[in-house]
Design a protein around this ligand. Structure first.
Ligand SMILES: [Zn+2]
Length: 154
């Protein structure tokens, strides 16, 4: 029986790089941006198990969650048939400093958006923190992880 050896620790003085969330190329810990694709290290990771969906999103235009193929192109296919998710349900914005916000459109949604079980108000930017649970309606739930501009994770 062969036992796998644990990975050797890196030699002293060698920087360990974490992969870029966007292109998966290594990013040195001192870098706040990926040298390959130019994206900031800062990003949010949203993981939903049903439907199976993993979204990574950095600073810039909002990430839209919904069933409308033009308004929410990154989630429309995954939420096809999930009628409790509105066509325009909610947007996630990530700021360069690593803070993140969720907002429902002004007109609101039929089944609501919940942050850690509390329904958010339509048309109001609500802060999202690392480890929060974001729910669209009753059944679709995302675990939210936030990665700031500092070194390490991703
Ligand atoms: Zn990259």
């Amino acid at each position: 029986m062969v036992r796998a050896e644990p990975p050797a620790p890196p030699p002293a003085g060698v920087e360990v790089s974490a992969p870029c969330w966007n292109c998966r190329k290594p990013v040195a810990p001192r870098d706040t941006r990926c040298a390959s694709c130019g994206r900031a290290r800062t990003h949010a990771l949203l993981v939903c198990t049903e439907p199976c969906l993993e979204l990574r999103h950095g600073p810039g235009p909002p990430l839209r969650l919904g069933r409308h193929p033009d308004w929410a192109p990154r989630t429309a296919a995954a939420f096809d048939g999930w009628n409790k998710v509105s066509r325009r349900h909610a947007s996630i914005t990530v700021e360069p400093d690593g803070t993140a916000w969720v907002e429902e459109p002004e007109e609101g949604t039929r089944n609501g958006t919940y942050l850690n079980g509390a329904r958010i108000a339509a048309g109001v930017r609500t802060p999202v923190r690392d480890g929060d649970q974001l729910r669209l309606g009753l059944r679709v739930s995302f675990a939210v992880r936030l990665y700031g501009p500092g070194p390490g994770t991703g």
